[in-house]
Design a protein around this ligand. Structure first.
Ligand SMILES: O=P(O)(O)OC[C@H]1O[C@](O)(COP(=O)(O)O)[C@@H](O)[C@@H]1O
Ligand SMILES: [Mg+2]
Ligand SMILES: [Mg+2]
Length: 315
């Protein structure tokens, strides 16, 4: 079975099939990047105030073109566009909310990047649909462009997550189903250079892990700096990824709607958890589509321990 058939069987029509086609094109572009003029900055700045890479723009354009050709897709919300892009598709059922290329600062050094997508059922206009809490998502997925290209899909109605691997014909073939993450893992993953500007409780938490005070074994550190890649390791090996608030980004750096929400649904469907410190990510109600959030996601044991420490500290 491929990703397109899997999603169609789950009542999602062609939406995931279109994302699979877009991802296959993005994967090819990334794989051959050194042979074309696609590395480097595009010369523009996106709504987040971040310099766009040429591959950010390419990935966004491909996603919009593919989803714009699908009758069930009413609109898209992208990290790279200030406003939703609304399609003329009367009666369309879904809005796709995405980060077309995640970890783009890693592109030029040939390190894993990804695509992250949340799918919401239409409820009002595109913005209102996108602003529904993560609990309302009908599906979520990410694609990791690594040594192989893998798509991981969670459906709201199904426990466990499905893995698809891109074959040499451009198809995402089902390679694992019902995947769950370890209840506890060996790694923590965070940009520790920010530690001095985290709320103290996060430093205490990491010290707890390093000293082996949570479950007996001392944790190791792993940080790629591509959320998708750091999350993918976490789902396979267990452990915790955290991007706490910092002085520079007091509301967190990562985006709620197209980074935290989809990964939180995938984590929960795999028996993991995701919080913003105090609150379950999927219950946070966004006020704007590009809203940022702290994110702590991973195995249940680690995420719950952090949440308890934060609540106890009153932070
Ligand atoms: O460089 P930092 O501050 O550690 O931030 C890394 C985070 O930023 C991101 O690159 C942001 O994603 P984009 O590349 O989509 O802007 C995440 O992938 C990653 O987790
Ligand atoms: Mg990103
Ligand atoms: Mg991005």
């Amino acid at each position: 079975m491929n990703a397109k058939e899997f999603a169609a069987a789950a009542g999602l029509g062609e939406v995931i099939g279109a994302i699979a086609e877009a991802s296959a094109e993005i994967a090819t572009k990334i794989r051959l990047a050194g042979l074309s003029d696609i590395y480097g900055a595009a010369g523009a700045v996106n709504v987040q105030g971040e310099a766009q890479q040429k591959l950010d723009v390419f990935a966004n354009d491909v996603m919009i073109a593919k989803l714009g050709a699908v009758a069930e897709c009413a609109a898209i919300v992208s990290e790279e566009d200030d406003e939703p892009v609304v399609f003329d598709h009367p009666g369309a059922k879904f809005v796709a909310i995405f980060d077309p290329l995640d970890g783009s600062s890693n592109i030029d050094v040939n390190v894993n990047v990804g695509t992250i997508v949340s799918i919401q059922a239409v409820k009002g206009d595109a913005t209102a649909t996108a602003l529904q809490p993560g609990t309302a998502q009908v599906a979520a997925l990410y694609v990791v462009y690594g040594p192989s290209t893998v798509m991981v899909v969670a459906l709201a109605e199904k426990e466990g997550v499905a893995f698809f691997t891109l074959d040499d014909k451009g198809e995402f073939v089902l390679t694992a189903e019902g995947v769950k993450m370890p209840e506890q893992g060996p790694y923590y993953s965070t940009n520790e250079a920010n530690a001095a500007s985290w709320p103290a409780v996060y430093r205490e938490y990491v010290a707890t892990l390093v000293k082996g005070e949570l479950g007996g074994k001392a944790y190791g550190a792993r940080y790629i700096g591509s959320l998708v890649a750091d999350f993918h390791r976490t789902i396979l090996k267990g452990g915790v990824f955290l991007y706490p608030p910092t002085e520079k980004a007091p509301k967190g750096k990562l985006r709620l709607l197209y980074e935290a929400n989809p990964l939180a649904l995938i984590a929960e469907k795999a028996d993991g958890a995701a919080v913003n410190g105090r609150t379950r990510i999927l219950e946070v109600v966004a006020e704007q589509v590009h809203e940022r959030t702290p994110l702590i996601v991973g195995s249940k044991r680690e995420v719950e321990a952090l949440q308890q420490m934060v609540l106890k500290a009153g932070k």
